[in-house]
Design a protein around this ligand. Structure first.
Ligand SMILES: [Zn+2]
Length: 507
């Protein structure tokens, strides 16, 4: 009991300073028996199986959890950085995660602070996307039944519900925590399985170490042949990861483990420090072993709910974004709405837009995801300086570089679209190519406007300047000749009005 108490204290102590860097922070697997059952089945399936190495696309749903008032949510930019790191970690396995149908936003103070409660679990169930890997990002990641570790758990996989929960502070480009949890999702155990809550201690466990781990499983032995071999049924049940009695816990970073600790067969144990599924922290890079990779791919192949024929956009995003307007502390015409414009970035088909009073984008942030290289921002104060930042991305690639600039909100109120336009719609929508679209505008006052059509990549495909919409109803016909199937965004701009709607063309 004393050792357990010390472990918990260490968990608390370690969790704080290393959060930013670590992949190695403690995580707890509730219902671990379910995971072990699947792992052993996958081992049977993998025997003699020639693994296909075609790229597999895996749908992932990020649930960005905020308090009930909408505050405290992880930023989309952080999630994209995390996606970038995750896909880099899984590239050697030919697995590419793609964001399925945008981000999910959940406002629930209970889920945010206490995902382990029945209300938290119920909320996650309500929002779970069946055909995707579900990742809930909240302030706390404590799993059910681990209340005594409240606040110290950085992430967990729950095999009972088949979802991942991540602590907000662990979601970033440096953390390997999500890749570690994804290992659990695909049935991997810790390399130090059996020693999770009670790391090796010579006084307690002996040297040579006793036969049984504190978790009740056999202590894994170093030998990979002969009568000492037990790697198939001990530790993580995987033979190309050496024994580990949780030596990483409390060890000095990723330095080679040099203590002379012997397994029950008197062989010195040499753990793999840079394995994703261990607890050594601060390794420059981490790996999954070949057998770990094979088992994860086997698990993936046996998850029909994740199978898809969808081919996501995997374009690289190498160019940085160029902001057009407003920049260099320009004063905007109005403050009640501000139009942001930037250049399209090749490979990107959507953008995270952030506007904030502070350059770290944390003070009164306004955040949205848009499809084209344009955003309308409302709800600003007058005569105040604002920063705005654009991050280009697509569904598999969150590695795009951001840029930011600054503007001063104007002091006058412009006429908002709601005052000028009573209603407007596009028919038919969805439409087939080569059949004209009709824009029906019910305006409260006449105005001149430019009508522009952008494709999903933000590329301008059609533009008509100098169109007049009269007060009352005006119908305008828009040709769809030669448009490919897909989603488009129609933008109508006048001097003090911007309207946009999505259009789907299906052939
Ligand atoms: Zn873990």
């Amino acid at each position: 009991m004393k050792q357990l108490f010390i472990s918990i204290c260490l968990l608390t102590l370690l969790a704080i300073p290393f959060e930013v860097f670590s992949q190695t922070q403690p995580c707890v697997i509730p219902n671990k028996d379910l995971l072990v059952e699947r792992l052993l089945k996958n081992k049977e399936r993998a025997i003699g199986q020639v693994s296909s190495r075609a790229v597999t696309y895996v749908p992932i749903k990020f649930h960005l959890v905020a308090k009930s008032d909408g505050l405290g949510r992880v930023s989309e930019k952080r999630v994209l950085e995390q996606l970038c790191a995750l896909n880099a970690d899984f590239a050697p396995l030919d697995i590419v995660f793609y964001i399925k149908a945008g981000f999910s936003y959940i406002n629930s103070t209970t889920l945010y602070n206490d995902p382990e409660t029945s209300t938290g679990v119920q909320t996650m169930s309500n929002f779970k996307e069946f055909n995707a890997v579900n990742v809930y990002i909240a302030k706390d990641a404590t799993p059910p039944g681990a209340n005594d570790l409240d606040g110290t758990i950085l992430g967990h996989y729950n095999p009972g519900f088949d979802w991942l929960v991540m602590k907000i502070s662990e979601v970033n480009q440096f953390s390997g925590t999500l890749s570690h949890e994804m290992g659990h999702y695909f049935t991997l155990l810790h390399t130090h399985n059996g020693w999770d809550v009670e790391p090796y201690n010579e006084g307690l466990h002996g040297n040579p170490v006793q036969n049984t781990s504190p978790g009740g499983t056999a202590a894994e032995k170093e030998d990979r042949s002969g009568s000492c071999k037990n790697c198939e049924s001990a530790g993580d049940y995987i033979c190309d990861t050496p024994p580990d009695y949780n030596f990483g816990f409390g060890w000095n970073g990723c330095n080679p483990f040099t203590l002379n600790i012997q397994d029950p067969c008197n062989t010195v144990v040499d753990p793999m420090e840079n394995n994703f599924m261990g607890y050594f922290i601060g390794c420059g890079s981490y790996i999954f072993s070949n057998q770990q990779g094979q088992l994860m791919r086997t698990d993936l192949a046996n998850r029909p709910e994740l199978a898809t024929s969808y081919i996501p956009n995997t374009s690289a995003i190498t160019q940085s974004v160029e902001l057009i307007s407003p920049i260099n502390e320009e004063v905007t015409p109005y403050y009640n709405f501000v139009e942001l414009q930037w250049e399209d970035v090749p490979g990107a088909d959507r953008y995270v837009v952030e506007v904030s009073r502070s350059s770290d984008f944390n003070v009164q942030p306004i955040r949205k995801v848009v499809w084209g290289s344009y955003a309308l921002i409302e709800g600003l104060d007058n005569d105040k300086s604002y920063y705005w930042r654009i991050t280009p991305f697509n569904e598999t690639n969150g590695c795009g570089e951001s840029d930011f600039s600054k503007f001063i909100s104007g002091s006058t109120v412009g006429t908002k679209s709601a005052d000028m336009v009573n209603n407007w719609f596009i028919t038919p929508n969805p439409a087939s190519a080569n059949s004209a679209l009709t824009i029906s505008m019910e305006a409260n006052m006449g105005f001149d406007a430019t009508i522009a059509l952008y494709d999903i990549n933000g590329k301008l495909v059609n533009q008509n300047v100098s169109n007049r919409f009269e007060s009352g109803l005006t119908n305008y016909n828009l040709s769809t000749d030669q448009l490919l199937s897909g989603m488009y965004v129609l933008i109508i701009r006048s001097e003090n009005l911007t309207l946009h709607k999505k259009i789907i063309i299906s052939n």
